[in-house]
Design a protein around this ligand. Structure first.
Ligand SMILES: *Cc1c(COP(=O)(O)O)cnc(C)c1O
Length: 389
């Protein structure tokens, strides 16, 4: 079939696969060699050069899903993010970043950039004027993350892309939370798309991986740094990730649907004080989300009514697991204050609107009725006063 005409799920299932010419097997064979004879052409295949048969095949699939020209796959999301940032920034350069970033990215900037003489400014709002104000003559990169963690704020992707073009600055987005199912930032004018493939691309909480998608020219620039940093992904895990992506479309669409239903249900529940989900009309950024997202994603956050203890609530859940990671087929929940945002001070969390009782909920593919029942029984248990015995 003409690959230009392939729809999303067809690309997930078939595009970029390695044909098994020898045995006609249904899935890509796996090539684990770390040593390849020199071919006539000057391709020197080596896993750290990101060019084994499985690495190349999966790169094509991920690039196509993100509507980019090319891609590289890494050993973790942070390997993709750090390598990409260091490919575009050197001593004396400056980067403008959204304040509400994944904790690992914020740590990378705060701890490593200072050591390497790279300047940075955080933007406290999602307003485009906020980003523009921070631009300096040495600004080389604008970096955003939308929807953000944990309050699912939305940044206007197209406006950031336009700003970057106007000022001749590279724009980057961490697209992990949305996944390529829900938004394609390159089509909206962003230069570089990053993923923790540990999350939705992997989707089963059993793979650590990352990816970057961009133009051929940018990917070559990133590759020149990547081969020095050595963050490529092993072929066995590449193969597992290819298998996982076959179901990416159906998994995430189901998670979108479950999350929207649960967000609406939670918003009506008397024991819930607040729900943060970009698919709700009550979300302050709902209009921008509607403009740039095809679905609103599987992540939401909520606060219990005053007097209800969120740690007790988490302990009473039987189906929904308390877990640090996200985006698996199973539903998981965590307290940002105690885990992902524990390194921030109380004031810093408050400035970002993260209350101590906030819970971040990664909605899985289970039956929504079962998830609601689990939440309701946990709420009922923590509301019952202790019986005397
Ligand atoms: C998990 C995560 C990362 C880091 O990815 P790793 O695979 O853990 O290195 C980066 N960004 C976001 C939004 C994430 O959720």
């Amino acid at each position: 079939m003409d690959s230009k005409k392939m729809g999303f799920n067809t690309v997930c299932t078939h595009f970029g696969e390695i044909k098994d010419e020898q045995f006609k097997g249904a899935v890509s064979p796996i090539y684990l060699s770390t040593s390849y004879a020199f071919e006539d052409v000057d391709v020197k295949r080596y896993p750290r050069y990101f060019n084994t048969p499985n690495q190349e095949a999966l790169s094509k699939k991920i690039a196509k899903l993100e509507k980019g020209e090319s891609s590289l796959i890494f050993g973790s999301g942070m390997a993709a993010i750090s390598t990409t940032l260091f490919a575009f920034l050197q001593k004396g350069d400056h980067i403008v970043l959204q304040r509400t970033l994944y904790g690992g990215t914020a740590n990378l900037v705060n701890e490593e950039f200072t050591k390497h003489g790279i300047e940075f400014s955080y933007v406290e709002t999602q307003n485009i004027s906020g980003f523009e104000e921070k631009i300096q003559s040495n600004t080389k990169v604008i970096y955003i993350e939308t929807p953000s963690n944990p309050l699912l704020t939305i940044t206007d992707i197209q406006a950031i892309g336009d700003l970057g073009k106007k000022k001749d600055i590279i724009t980057m987005i961490d697209n992990t939370f949305a996944s390529p199912v829900n938004q394609n930032p390159i089509a909206l004018g962003i230069d570089v798309v990053l993923h923790s493939a540990t999350k939705y691309l992997g989707g089963h909480s059993d793979i650590l991986a990352g990816a970057v998608v961009s133009s051929e020219k940018n990917i070559d620039r990133i590759f020149q740094v990547a081969k020095n940093f050595g963050g490529s992904l092993s072929d066995f895990t590449v193969w597992m990730l290819e298998r996982s992506i076959k179901t990416l479309g159906i998994r995430v669409k189901r998670q979108n649907k479950n999350a929207l239903k649960l967000a609406k249900w939670l918003a009506k529940n008397d024991d819930i004080a607040a729900v943060y989900y970009p698919g709700l009309k009550s979300h302050p950024d709902h209009e921008i989300a509607k403009k740039q997202m095809k679905g609103f994603g599987g992540m939401l956050s909520f606060e219990l009514k005053e007097g209800l203890n969120s740690s007790d609530f988490q302990k009473e859940l039987t189906l929904i697991k308390s877990s640090m990671s996200l985006a698996g087929v199973e539903s998981t929940i965590l307290s940002p204050t105690l885990t992902s945002h524990a390194l921030l001070t109380g004031e810093e969390r408050q400035a970002q609107g993260i209350k101590d009782g906030l819970l971040r909920f990664s909605v899985g593919i289970e039956e929504k009725e079962d998830l609601m029942e689990d939440i309701q029984q946990a709420l009922n248990k923590i509301k019952v006063p202790e019986l005397e015995h």
